[in-house]
Design a protein around this ligand. Structure first.
Ligand code: C2E
Ligand code: MG
Ligand code: MG
Length: 279
């Protein structure tokens, strides 16, 4: 009896692994076509400036509407794009598309900047900064309206080339944010070496802020340290009014999270901005 239950479980596991592998293969095979044929879409999540209480910017987050699998989140396909060399094409599309959407917003009176996420592979391509600038300009926008977000892991691969790329992006007028701060294993060292303007505290710290004394102390220390270094502090993953209040008390500069808005498509964002009048 026990043996047959064990076998049953093994069969279920086997089927699940098989399904996952099949899904990953489908994603791998479809990604190039997905990028070319406009199956990617961007959602935008508003960012609040805590000094004014107004929406000051957005983060562009890519999604893929796959013809068979439906909507796929970036956690499933960014890794595939990085491994298969498609990240350059995907990243170019994100910059171009974000720039066009930001211009559209400006034309309607919403003067917001937009942050785009960057993978290590993009930064290691020596042509990336100039190409990014060209793409932003071709869309009719100035580089100062596009912020680039990099993670610590992006910098690990090749510090010299990463620093070089970030310096160029900065010289072109963009701001640089270090994303998911605190989750890498050498955060402080990266902070010392990378030319960043903004530090984004990872949502895992924010989540425990009110329940866990240590998380609270870490967030407070990170905010003070970042301010001492002249950086803007941005907290992500704010889901409650109490978390927001606590971050305001600690002197955080910017907030992003489900508390005031989930990421949404451009039409919903425009309606949201007009309805809330928070910009
Ligand atoms: P990220 O850059 O740290 O983006 C923030 C993620 O947190 C987003 O997940 C967002 O939907 C989610 N989030 C925002 N507010 C809250 C909240 O209050 N609570 C919780 N639990 N989550 C919240 P998403 O859209 O699934 O993106 C996941 C990651 O995929 C991003 O993390 C980023 O690293 C990567 N990614 C997204 N778009 C791109 C892109 O265009 N290029 C690259 N290279 N990576 C991207
Ligand atoms: Mg990000
Ligand atoms: Mg993040």
């Amino acid at each position: 009896m026990i043996e047959s239950r064990g076998l049953e479980l093994l069969n279920v596991l086997d089927a699940e692994i098989h399904d996952l592998a099949k899904r990953r293969k489908t994603i791998e095979l479809g990604l190039a076509k997905g990028i070319e044929s406009n199956e990617l879409v961007l959602d935008f999540q508003p960012i609040e400036d805590l000094k004014t209480g107004r929406i000051c910017g957005l983060e562009a987050l890519v999604r893929w509407t796959h013809p068979e699998l439906g909507r796929i989140m970036p956690s499933e396909f960014i890794g595939v794009a990085e491994d298969s060399g498609l990240i350059d094409a995907l990243g170019d599309w994100v910059i171009e598309s974000s720039s066009k959407k930001v211009l559209e917003l400006h034309q309607q009176g919403h003067m917001l900047w937009c942050a785009v996420n960057c993978s290590a592979g993009q930064l290691l391509n020596p042509e990336f900064p100039a190409k990014a600038q060209q793409t932003i300009r071709n869309a009719g926008l100035d580089s100062k309206w596009i912020e680039f977000e990099v993670t610590e892991s992006a910098a690990i691969d090749d510090m010299t080339r990463t620093v070089d790329a970030l310096k160029k992006l900065k010289a072109q007028g963009s701001q640089i944010a270090m994303d998911d701060f605190g989750t890498g294993y050498a955060s402080l060292n990266y902070l010392r070496q990378l030319p960043v303007d903004v530090l984004k505290i990872d949502k895992s710290f924010v989540m425990d802020l009110l329940e866990d004394k240590n998380s609270h102390m870490i967030v407070k220390a990170v905010i003070d340290l970042a301010h001492a270094l002249g950086l803007i502090v941005h907290a992500e993953g704010i889901e409650t009014a109490a978390q927001r209040e606590s971050l305001i008390q600690m002197g955080c500069d910017r907030l992003q999270g489900y508390w005031f808005s989930r990421p949404m498509d451009m039409d919903s964002l425009k309606n949201w901005l007009n309805e809330t009048g928070r910009q």
